[in-house]
Design a binder for this molecule. Structure first.
Ligand code: PNS
Length: 167
């Protein structure tokens, strides 16, 4: 059984993430999506919301398991006998930090990181830019799945009713 993990914050999941997850799901028997419990920065969506959105949008792949994690990624891998970390590379700007993390994870555990090149139509996409565009009422269809676009609209509508951003 060949298992891989795709880690991230997924705040929210984008079509760029799904590009990598769908391709990884064809390469490995089981793909874990490890959703980061973000202790330092307050996210747009709660952990449960982020996990729900990943679950909803990857259900059709048939071999994706969505779980949360809050410690070291390599411990998450060891506990589940996951042999490979899979990451998407959008551009050279991703490379330095991704290489550093891959080398650290390799040093800590011997687990290798495999990079999949993001499909060019998604190379500009990030969750933070999607949040920003959605915040000012921009059109994010084509960047996130329709259900995620709806949730983004709802979240920003709630915030404007509440009188602004969450503290
Ligand atoms: O979507 P993000 O926020 O860019 O994902 C970053 C993530 C979750 C992949 C990275 O922060 C991570 O792997 N965190 C786990 C902590 C860890 O294992 N750190 C040491 C190895 S670099």
């Amino acid at each position: 059984m060949h298992k891989a993990v795709c880690p991230g914050s997924f705040d929210p999941v984008t079509n760029g993430h799904l590009d990598i997850l769908s391709r990884a799901s064809k390469l490995y028997d089981e793909v874990y999506v490890a959703v980061l419990v973000n202790k330092s920065k307050r996210g747009m969506f709660t952990l449960d919301e982020r996990m729900d959105m990943v679950r909803e949008t990857t259900a059709g792949y048939g071999n994706v398991v969505v779980e949360s994690f809050g410690g070291l990624l390599v411990d998450f891998c060891r506990e589940r006998d996951i042999q490979v970390i899979v990451k998407g590379l959008r551009a050279v700007s991703d490379f330095d930090y991704e290489l550093q993390m891959a080398q650290m994870n390799q040093q800590l555990s011997g687990i290798d990181t495999f990079f999949i090149s993001t499909s060019p139509q998604y190379s500009f996409l990030s969750s933070s830019l999607v949040r920003e565009v959605a915040k000012y009422g921009g059109d994010v269809s084509g960047m996130v799945p329709p259900k995620v676009a709806t949730r983004l609209k709802q979240r920003y509508a709630e915030q404007s009713v509440d009188g602004g951003e969450k503290p």
